[in-house]
Design a protein around this ligand. Structure first.
Ligand SMILES: [Zn+2]
Length: 99
């Protein structure tokens, strides 16, 4: 990063949602991580090791992300059907809890 930040008042890391491509503060997203030892998981703490991707806290983005291959592409991994279902279920709980 050598460029001068265009908005110096904000220094929270910015991330892009893999579903809707919106750029927001990192903490406004839910992080997914492709852990080396297991399947793709939701990383609520935001600091698990592995390749990560971000989705908004909206079910639309989770459905879009999990339906296509965008997340697989972003995470460089494969989802099993079970994995997908589990993630969707967890996301529903998380999103419900957040609102
Ligand atoms: Zn989104």
């Amino acid at each position: 990063m050598t460029s001068i930040p265009s908005n110096p008042t904000r220094h929270t890391p910015q991330r892009t949602c893999v579903a809707c491509r919106q750029v927001k503060d990192k903490r406004e997203f839910i992080r997914l991580v492709n852990t080396p030892e297991s399947d793709v998981e939701i990383d609520t703490g935001g600091r698990k090791a592995g390749r990560g991707a971000y989705l908004c806290q909206t079910l639309e983005c989770w459905e879009t992300g999990l339906k296509g291959n965008r997340l697989e592409h972003a995470l460089r991994g494969r989802f099993t059907r079970d994995n997908r279902e589990q993630l969707m279920k967890q996301a529903r709980d998380l999103i419900k809890g957040a609102n």
